[in-house]
Design a binder for this molecule. Structure first.
Ligand code: ZN
Length: 185
């Protein structure tokens, strides 16, 4: 093979390599845009009702999650449709309508974020995990508390044992029975 032929082959390889690189960059940028689109959830952010102070607290908690716990944030914005204040107790329905009481929405944004994670997990479970499966309120709460505890463990620097003890403490209260009874629900 002549020097000229080798050089021309080399140039052909360079051209092919350049095309491969261009295609790879295109694929990566398309994926990045898709991912960003999912992160933002344009048009599907939960609608927040209530006064300005309530909205500010909820948005603060959500912003914190978006920055620090993006996977949890994605669950919250995906599964919660509405966030509303209530004079009774914090709860969510399977349509993603979430009510927060003052104990939760006037607490620190770190705690409030954990409550949003908990309530979003209920909606997620109702839509996926518990579909066509009989389940108890106890199992339902246990799953939501575990997800909330995983976040609190990280935020508070707890050990796994501390997180488990926190879940056990809430489970022992059987609040899913006592709280609705208190409000005649
Ligand atoms: Zn719950």
């Amino acid at each position: 093979m002549s020097t000229y032929a080798r050089a021309s082959n080399f140039i052909r390889y360079l051209k092919i390599a350049a095309i491969v690189v261009v295609l790879a960059v295109l694929v990566v940028s398309v994926e990045a845009q898709t991912y960003q689109g999912r992160m933002i959830h344009e048009g599907s952010l939960p609608v927040i009702y209530g006064d300005d102070a309530f909205k500010a607290n909820v948005l603060h908690a959500m912003d914190y999650l978006a920055t620090n716990y993006p996977a949890d944030y994605e669950n919250v914005v995906f599964w919660l449709a509405e966030i509303r204040p209530t004079d009774t107790y914090t709860r969510v329905n399977s349509a993603g309508v979430c009510h927060l009481n003052a104990d939760d929405y006037t607490a620190s944004y770190l705690w409030l974020a954990s409550v949003l994670i908990h309530e979003a997990q209920h909606v997620n479970d109702d839509a996926i995990y518990f579909v066509d499966n009989p389940y108890t309120a106890e199992e339902c709460e246990h799953r939501a508390l575990n997800v909330q505890a995983a976040y609190l463990e990280d935020v508070n620097g707890w050990t796994g044992e501390q997180a488990d003890a926190w879940v056990d403490g809430w489970m022992a209260k059987r609040y899913w029975e006592t709280i609705p009874e208190k409000y005649g629900a």
